[in-house]
Design a protein. Structure first.
Length: 344
């Protein structure tokens, strides 16, 4: 490593957070020009549209050529940023689920270290999950429909205590979902890729099922939440057979990636009444096509892949990056290093 570490920021970041990067160590040089990165569509947007003049593009490529570290991916050069950034040694992603993108761009074979944002979205996605479960047990969709009709008719709902939640993927997000669910008196069971020698209570669940056979877990669940990474192994993990194993009145909640679920099979199960409903933060194709039947289903909650987006995201992301910068300069192990084989 040279005496000076050059960091290039690839998305819009508030001055206070840019200054925090400068303050980590005198050896750090921060390159940041907000006119060259994407314009945010909403607070803490890291994927806003990028529009550069030819002169601005030349300037951006000049900054890339100097960078040893990227804060965020260079979305304007997915195919050739490794050639444009010959000094690059490390990318700190602003997202947790970057494994497949890293592999498709050749990063996993390049020797460039990628660290993810794993953990910083746990609270937001766990809260989204609890919101969805509460909306279903309290029949919030019916309330909204009745309000629109200006119709007043008393009814009865149910409650979360005593209900069983099955968590597919007990990483930082899944464990936080489990913790909050227990606060509501729910019984929580789960599965993860490697269960050998793992005690269920260490993950906050009552029972732990093997990754290769979690059908018994699905059969007892009132709610099933998907929070596992998207890898070749989990592509289509929840398909026709898995959906058939879930109780008929159960609710499926996906806060991971759309491709983990066989979407046509999910739609069919909902149409036939073989599932009580679904809450989807993600879909197979995003944005969800206008002709998708999911739009018209009253028992489906749709969120435009925004369950993890909160106004404190850049604060927490900068905090994580600053800690990793300190470790990088001290030659200490970095947090959240992407496994090139497992892709998370």
């Amino acid at each position: 490593m040279s005496d000076r570490v050059t960091v290039l920021i690839t998305f819009e970041l508030a001055p206070e957070y840019v200054n925090q990067l400068w303050g980590v160590d005198p050896r750090i040089e921060v390159l940041y020009d907000p006119t060259l990165v994407g314009r945010p569509r909403f607070p803490c947007d890291h994927a806003g549209p990028i529009h550069r003049t030819p002169a601005q593009e030349v300037r951006w490529q000049g900054l890339l050529a100097q960078a040893e570290v990227l804060f965020g991916f260079d979305r304007s050069h997915w195919d050739d940023f490794l050639q444009l950034a010959p000094r690059l040694k490390w990318i700190q992603s602003s997202s947790a689920g970057v494994g497949r993108r890293a592999k498709s761009t050749g990063l996993t074979e390049s020797g460039v270290v990628v660290t993810t944002a794993s953990g910083i979205h746990a609270t937001a996605l766990a809260e989204f999950t609890l919101m969805a479960m509460l909306m279903f047990v309290k029949d919030a969709c019916r309330m909204l429909t009745e309000k629109k009709r200006k119709h007043w008719a008393r009814t009865t709902s149910t409650e979360l205590p005593g209900k069983t939640l099955a968590v597919i993927g007990l990483g930082s997000i899944g464990c936080e979902v489990a913790r909050l669910a227990r606060c509501f008196g729910m019984r929580v069971v789960g599965t993860k890729r490697n269960t050998a020698g793992v005690k269920p209570d260490s993950l906050g669940v009552e029972a732990l099922y093997p990754w290769t056979d979690f059908y018994p877990m699905l059969a007892q669940a009132d709610f099933v939440v998907i929070s596992c990474p998207h890898t070749p192994e989990t592509e289509g993990l929840v398909g026709k057979a898995e959906l058939a194993a879930i109780k008929q009145d159960a609710i499926l909640i996906n806060i991971a990636r759309g491709s983990i679920v066989d979407e046509p099979a999910l739609i069919r199960a909902l149409q036939l009444g073989n599932l009580g409903g679904a809450a989807l933060d993600v879909t197979t194709v995003e944005p969800l096509p206008p002709d998708s039947p999911l739009w018209g289903m009253s028992n489906v909650l749709l969120c435009p892949h925004s369950g993890s987006n909160v106004d404190s995201e850049n604060k927490e992301l900068t905090k994580l990056f600053c800690e990793n910068l300190r470790r990088y300069l001290a030659h200490e192990p970095l947090l959240n290093v992407l496994d090139a084989d497992l892709l998370y």
